[in-house]
Design a protein around this ligand. Structure first.
Ligand code: PHE
Length: 337
């Protein structure tokens, strides 16, 4: 049998180029280089070949083997890349499921509390988290030497206060500065709630965090009394904690309210806290000095104000023992609410 070496070489090149997928290329390899392939057939032919033929046939078989090896090795990565591209475009592949998240418990609690006050006619307002000493302290009748101005109790920024020479901006330590901002913009009668983040450099433990949330309330009109304050907060507590919640107004001091009180509550729904008084807010009648800083004429208005601790309330309601739970982002916890 005679072999046309040059034609076979051309066939190898044509076959390799014609292979469009890896399987086809493998078939070409088997055709030429497999155990029963053409090259093996040529080697077998050597046994019956004349000495002259042996020379060209042996060399031809080797050349074809080397050529087929090289061309296949060259084409293989090209076809492999095509496979990858095809997979990337496989529109029949199942998608990656995204689990819907839930609202954070703190956000839920803020919305629920605001909801109660909105039904009572209050309007939601927001104030900045970066404040000036004027709004956070001075306008609230907190004197320059009051300990809460100390950098141990307030986070001061490196940024200078553009409204007061030599003073620095700070992170608000309560939502009360919002009271003054609202009063500067609006005339009574007004009823607002101001929810938001506040910051204090407290040592972090189970009940203290650097950042927590408060909801400020402010109602100003001509004849607002302490009875209005009691009535309003009692209505809120009953709506929020249930009709059988027990409340007490404990006398307290705040520079920006007079008289001032803190409200404690007791409820059987607070797991493991039955019979214990738990503080949830500070409140009082707006101090005349605050009205003066807001630009209201003296003697004309009276007002009530309160500041609720959101984390505290959420912890009581859901039996959460550690305030750090809210910021740990543990999905096992977050998914429960
Ligand atoms: N701002 C007070 C606090 O953070 C709470 C408060 C608000 C008290 C309004 C009285 C009136 O402790």
């Amino acid at each position: 049998m005679s072999w046309d070496i040059e034609k076979i070489k051309n066939d190898v090149a044509a076959d390799v180029n014609a292979a469009e997928v890896l399987d086809a290329l493998e078939a070409v390899r088997v055709k030429y280089l497999g155990k029963k392939g053409l090259v093996q057939e040529m080697y077998a032919g050597l046994a019956t070949a004349s000495p002259e033929e042996k020379k060209t046939l042996g060399k031809g078989a080797n050349d074809i083997k080397v050529l087929a090896d090289a061309l296949i090795a060259q084409r293989k990565p090209l076809l492999a890349a095509t496979v990858k591209r095809a997979q990337a475009l496989d529109v029949t592949m199942p998608g990656v499921a995204r689990e819907p998240g839930t609202q954070h418990l703190i956000t839920q609690t803020i919305e629920e509390i605001c909801d109660v006050f909105e039904r009572l006619g209050f309007v939601i307002q927001r104030g900045p988290e970066v404040e000036t000493e004027f709004y956070n302290f001075t306008a609230l009748n907190i004197p320059l030497d009051h300990p809460s101005r100390d950098s141990f109790d307030t986070f001061y920024l490196d940024e200078k206060d553009p409204t007061a020479a030599g003073r620095y901006l700070l992170l608000r330590s309560h939502t009360s500065p919002g009271q003054v901002r609202v009063m500067q913009k609006h005339k009574p009668p007004l009823a607002v709630i101001i929810p938001g983040k506040v910051y204090r450099p407290d040592a972090v433990d189970a009940s203290h965090a650097f950042m927590f949330h408060q909801i400020e309330g402010l109602l100003v009109d001509k004849h607002v009394t302490f009875a209005d304050l009691k009535g309003l907060l009692t209505a809120f507590c009953k709506k929020f904690f249930g009709d059988d919640v027990k409340m007490r107004f404990r006398p307290h001091f705040f520079p920006f309210t007079e008289p001032s009180a803190e409200v404690d509550i007791q409820s059987n729904i607070f797991k493991g806290r039955a019979g214990k008084w738990l503080e949830i807010l500070g409140c009082g009648m707006v101090h005349p000095a605050v009205f003066a800083h807001a630009g209201y004429p003296p003697g004309e208005y009276s007002g009530l104000a309160f500041g609720l601790g959101v984390e505290r309330i959420a912890m009581l309601r859901h039996g959460i023992g550690d305030i750090r739970t809210f910021t740990e982002n543990d999905l096992r916890v977050l998914k429960q609410f």
